[in-house]
Design a binder for this molecule. Sequence first.
Ligand code: NAD
Length: 376
Amino acid sequence: MPLTVGVLKETLRGETRVALTPEIAQKLQKLGVTIVMEKGAGDEVGILDGDYEGVNFTDADTVLAKSDLLFTVQPISDASVRKMRDGTAIAGLMYGHINKDLAAALKSKKITGFAMELIPRISRAQSMDVLSSQAAASGYQATLIAASTLDKFFPMLTTAAGTIRPAKVLIIGAGVAGLQSIATARRLGAVVKGYDVRSATKEQIESLGAKFVETGVSADGEGGYARELTDEEKQQQQAALDKEIAQSDVVISTAAIPGRPAPKIISAAAVANMKPGAVIVDLAAETGGNCELTKAGETVVANGVKIVGPVNLPSALGRNASEMYARNLLNFITPAIEEGELKIDWEDEVFASSALTHDGEIKHQPTREAIEGGAA
Ligand code: NAD
């Protein structure tokens, strides 16, 4: 029997993405895979059922019952997992240490749960890295939100009515999202500065035409990771950053530490020192915010400063975000499909590391500890 790959319509409020696009569906079919999808799965991003060639469309329960391998974007509900057959597989975002009911359901149904956020960040896996592809969408979108919230132009304008000075934009955190925010703000003509605790980002920030904020403190530790700063160093770093924040028209913060709450970098006092009308877009809103005043999903106004806490930004660019996400999934699963059947090479670190659950066991240690106190 050829492998049946299933795709549901995402149900999270505001989620527009779909885990499979027509282009990727065709590529999977060429590998000998049969595809079954829930009716209207791509509607939110303008991909209609008729755009998928050779795909069977049906209701959600039938998709769940028929799938050998289910593709999802958001973590699937444990109720849906229970409608799948024992011993099947799912690939999608899972965050099992937070979604404990999901991890427990996968375990009890002996489903192999590949959590896309656990794919190792090695160069071979870059083409499968959904965190990167979706962060690029978030970074771009964050700059557009900032530009449309600010009551000023981003570029310098020379007009008959006078010259308009360009907006000053500060991007805090120069990972995938931050670098995309910088590039977008530069394209819109703003004067851009960037900051990150990792000094390797200096060159990347400068190559995009932005200035690196020097705080006089280097957080580089062993192996390219940041080291813990002394209290004195932290104060010196924060003072330099606060000065930059106060002078900026826009601050876009993207700082994150994997698996931990977002670092607090913009204090209420720093917001009070900003110019009225200034805008903060806090990309870390969903993990607690980089700004003390951020509220996820809301815009807070404090001393005339607008603090935007957007959630699920990739959904705003759902069409392209789905295309990238689906391509990531294809690149991930292709090596495991042999003559239309799923054959996982458990020696391959990409599969071994991304398996949240397999054969009735929780494989991911932090999730295991969160649920079972560490026992395998
Ligand atoms: P992330 O979303 O986890 O964090 C965003 C940024 O916040 C990081 O650059 C981090 O250094 C920064 N940060 C953390 N604490 C901070 C603080 N207190 N102040 C300022 N900045 C702070 O990171 P990401 O975008 O997912 O990626 C981070 C790195 O991983 C990048 O170097 C990226 O190139 C690399 N990466 C490698 C691969 C791969 O090889 N497959 C894939 C993706 C990313």
